[in-house]
Design a protein around this ligand. Structure first.
Ligand code: DSN
Length: 432
């Protein structure tokens, strides 16, 4: 008996069960309103690169320095992704191999910190990320994090308070960049505070990388020491991440006097062989495609529209009587505090799901409820902007969200909204 892999049968006949699940998910994404702010819809070209034969290749190492043969095209595609990433953000160095945001943050810590070192990051419950020092995460277990938050009154970052904490704590690294913060971030201010206390400045720009690339949010370059971003959020690329950094280490004398390495070399060593094995070359090829798209002039219009849409949605939600944390948004996301409406984040998320509007429950700053059923919901406009929706649609969507959260236990009201959602999404085709 002989055996050869079947290279020609499509998934529809090869595995109808998985094919049906893919089709169902495609229909769900098409029919509903995807409003989780960390999600977007990449182009067909990005998805084609992801599903390409680059998936098949091992290539430990970096371009022209590999541990495996046959990497002439992998080298080219990785170098292209590196060059495009550097051009897009004006960075001195780019590493495009990180599998995703959490391992990329781990690689940065491994590159620049020792176990037990002091770091400052925003707490998850106030808008930060798990890997910025939460106690259940490796970051909180292996490093000594001081967690800052937002001001109780303004619900925005108070840079004087950050500076005071930095002066008191004398951290080795200060992290900014968040997952549930609707306001503009003063990256320059963070870098200045880091310089003042002799700490590395690190930015996790995952949520807003597309806005930065599209000139719709201040950039952390060139003054930030090291910047991490996932590539699948506002950047509209494949799931994955990258690390951008300065070449040299401005704090080498202070923290690594025995070493000759700059930050760039430390990062590269930390990603491979420090943390990861074989790069995901299909994802790197797709990153190259996404960065190429983000370099086009039209990307600036797209990024601007994401913010305009979020602001239009904010006005509409406020007209419905919903309270927005910090009073509005400067970026792609909104955080709604439902406390006064007497509905919880979980109840709202479930009711909105039934209306085919996908959001996620989220804690609000100083939340008195827990993360499994917090007081708020987090929503954003990147995915809908990918589909071409604008301010007029946001106005309607804000009204529908208002109706659903105020009538979260009224199936008839929810059904009416669901039907309006279907009528709207029919007009915005995707992935034909
Ligand atoms: N899970 C991402 C988000 O939704 O913001 C962060 O990693």
């Amino acid at each position: 008996m002989t055996f050869a892999k079947d290279f020609s049968t499509s998934i529809t006949s090869a595995d109808p069960i998985v094919a049906a699940l893919i089709a169902a998910e495609k229909k769900r994404q098409h029919d509903g309103l995807e409003m989780i702010p960390s999600e977007s819809f990449p182009s067909k070209a990005v998805l084609e690169a992801l599903g390409s034969v680059f998936n098949n290749k091992y290539s430990e190492g970096y371009p022209k320095k590999r541990y495996y043969g046959g990497n002439e095209f992998v080298d080219e595609v990785e170098q292209l992704a590196i060059d495009r990433a550097k051009q897009l953000f004006g960075a001195e160095h780019a590493n495009v191999q990180p599998y995703s945001g959490s391992p990329a943050n781990a690689a940065i810590y491994f590159a620049l910190l020792e176990r037990g070192d002091k770091v400052m990051g925003m707490s998850l419950s106030q808008g930060g990320h798990l890997t910025h020092g939460h106690s259940v995460n490796f970051s909180g277990k292996y490093y000594s994090f001081s967690q800052y938050g937002v001001d109780k009154e303004t619900e925005q970052i108070d840079m004087d308070a950050v500076r005071k904490m930095a002066v008191a704590e004398q951290p080795k690294m200060i992290i900014s960049g968040y997952t549930a913060y609707p306001r503009s971030i003063d990256f320059k201010g963070f870098a200045e505070i880091a310089t003042e206390v002799g700490a590395y400045s690190m930015v996790d720009m995952s949520h807003i990388a597309g806005l930065i690339a599209g000139d719709s949010h201040p950039s952390p370059f060139p003054f930030t020491d090291v910047v991490m971003s996932t590539t699948h959020k506002t950047l509209c690329g494949p799931r994955g991440a990258m690390i951008l950094s300065k070449k040299d280490d401005p704090l080498r004398e202070k923290y690594h006097p025995e070493s000759k390495l700059g930050i760039a070399q430390r990062i590269d060593k930390a990603v491979f062989p420090g943390l990861q094995g074989g790069p995901h070359n299909h994802a790197i090829a797709a990153k190259a495609v996404a960065f190429g798209e983000a370099l086009q002039p039209s990307f600036k219009i797209f990024a601007k529209q994401i913010v305009k849409n979020a602001q239009a949605l904010a006005v509409s939600l406020q007209a419905e009587g919903l309270r927005l944390v910090s009073g509005g948004t400067d970026n792609h996301l909104l955080l709604v505090d439902l406390t006064k409406l007497g509905v919880t984040g979980q109840q709202a998320e479930t009711a909105l799901d039934a209306a085919c509007i996908t959001v996620n429950k989220n804690t609000v700053p100083y939340d008195v409820r827990g993360p499994f059923d917090p007081s708020g919901i987090r929503l954003g406009t990147p995915a809908l902007t990918c589909r071409g929706m604008k301010e007029q649609e946001m106005q309607d969507i804000g009204k529908w969200i208002g109706t659903v959260v105020k009538n979260w236990n009224d199936p008839a009201a929810i059904e009416k909204v669901r039907s309006s959602v279907m009528d709207l999404t029919k007009q915005y085709q995707m992935y034909e």
